[in-house]
Design a protein around this ligand. Structure first.
Ligand SMILES: Nc1ncnc2c1ncn2[C@@H]1O[C@H](COP(=O)(O)OP(=O)(O)OP(=O)(O)O)[C@@H](O)[C@H]1O
Ligand SMILES: [Mg+2]
Length: 240
C-alpha cells in the first residue's frame, strides 16, 4: 500500500547538519500493523511527518498505492491528506475546544457543514469509548482520554492509513494497554493500515504484525535482530 524509497531529510542547524533520514527504504502492506522502532532522536517523527505529507523530504519517493505522493499538489494533496490520519506525539489537542469540537476540526477544515461534522465526530468519540466525555475540555481529561480524543480526530475522516507517534509513551501501563487494544480492534474491524512509531518495543510489539528499526536516520537491514540492535543502540536504556 505504501512504498518508501531512498527517503532522505537533513536539517541544517546552527551546530551543523542533522541527517534525520538517510536513504530510508521500506514498504507497508495494506491492513497490517507496522511498528517503527528506534531510540530518541532516531528520525521516527521525521519519517512519520514525511509519510503524513507534513514534511518534504530532500530526496526519495513515497508511493501511496503506486502513486508518488511527493509530486501531488493542490486539491489532490488535500484529498490525499484525508486518507492519512495522524495521532501526534503529545496529542496536539486544541485546549480551547471541547473533545467533540476537537474531533470536528478536520471535518470543518474539509468544509463539512457543522451538523454533519458534529454527527460524525460524535460517532467517532463513541467508537473510542468516550461517549460520556464529548463536552469536556481537554484540561479535564486524563492522558488516556486525551489519547482517545486524538485517535477519534485522526479517524473521523475515515482514512485508509492511521499513523500514531508514540501513542503510549506518556501513559501508565494499564492505560497504554487499553489504547493498544483499541488500535488493534479498529484495525481488526476496519482493515485500516496502521503505523505505530514507538520506543516501547515490548509493549507495542504485541499488536504489530511486523516492525522496522531506525537509528541515526538509517533503517536496519531486513532480518535485523531487534534485541541485539536495542542493546547496541545509543539511548537503548530508554526502551522498556
Ligand atoms: N525541525 C527540525 N530542525 C532541526 N532539527 C530537527 C528538526 N526536527 C528534527 N530534528 C532533528 O532530527 C533528528 C531526528 O528527530 P526526530 O524528531 O525525527 O526523532 P525521534 O526518533 O522522533 O525522537 P523521539 O523518540 O525523541 O521523539 C534529531 O536529531 C532532531 O534533533
Ligand atoms: Mg519523535
Amino acid at each position: 500500500m505504501i512504498s518508501v524509497r531512498g527517503l532522505s531529510k537533513t536539517f541544517y542547524t546552527s551546530s551543523g547538519p542533522v541527517h534525520a533520514l538517510d536513504n530510508v527504504t521500506f514498504s507497508v502492506n495494506a491492513g497490517e500493523v507496522l511498528g517503527i522502532y528506534g531510540p530518541s532522536g532516531a528520525g521516527k517523527t521525521t519519517l512519520l511527518r514525511c509519510l503524513a505529507l507534513l514534511e518534504r523530504p530532500d530526496s526519495g519517493e513515497i508511493l501511496f498505492k503506486d502513486e508518488n505522493v511527493l509530486l501531488v499538489s493542490g486539491e489532490k494533496l488535500r484529498q490525499l491528506r484525508m486518507k492519512i490520519g495522524v495521532v501526534f506525539q503529545g496529542y496536539n489537542l486544541l485546549f480551547s475546544r471541547t473533545a467533540l469540537r476537537n474531533v470536528m476540526l478536520p471535518l470543518e477544515i474539509q468544509g463539512f457543514d457543522r451538523q454533519e461534522a458534529c454527527s460524525l465526530a460524535s460517532t467517532a468519540l463513541d467508537m473510542v469509548g468516550l461517549s460520556h466525555r464529548k463536552q469536556f475540555m481537554p484540561s479535564h481529561l486524563s492522558g488516556g482520554e486525551k489519547q482517545r480524543v486524538a485517535i477519534a480526530r485522526a479517524l473521523v475522516t475515515e482514512p485508509e492509513v492511521l499513523i500514531l507517534d508514540e501513542p503510549t509513551s506518556a501513559l501508565d501501563r494499564r492505560t497504554a494497554e487499553s489504547i493498544l487494544e483499541l488500535i488493534q480492534a479498529i484495525n481488526g474491524r476496519t482493515g485500516i493500515t496502521v503505523l505505530i512509531v514507538t520506543h516501547q518495543t515490548e509493549l507495542v510489539g504485541a499488536i504489530c504484525n511486523r516492525h522496522i528499526y531506525i537509528n541515526n536516520g538509517v533503517l536496519s537491514e531486513p532480518g535485523f535482530d531487534l534485541e541485539q540492535g536495542l542493546q547496541a543502540a545509543p539511548g537503548s536504556g530508554e526502551t522498556t
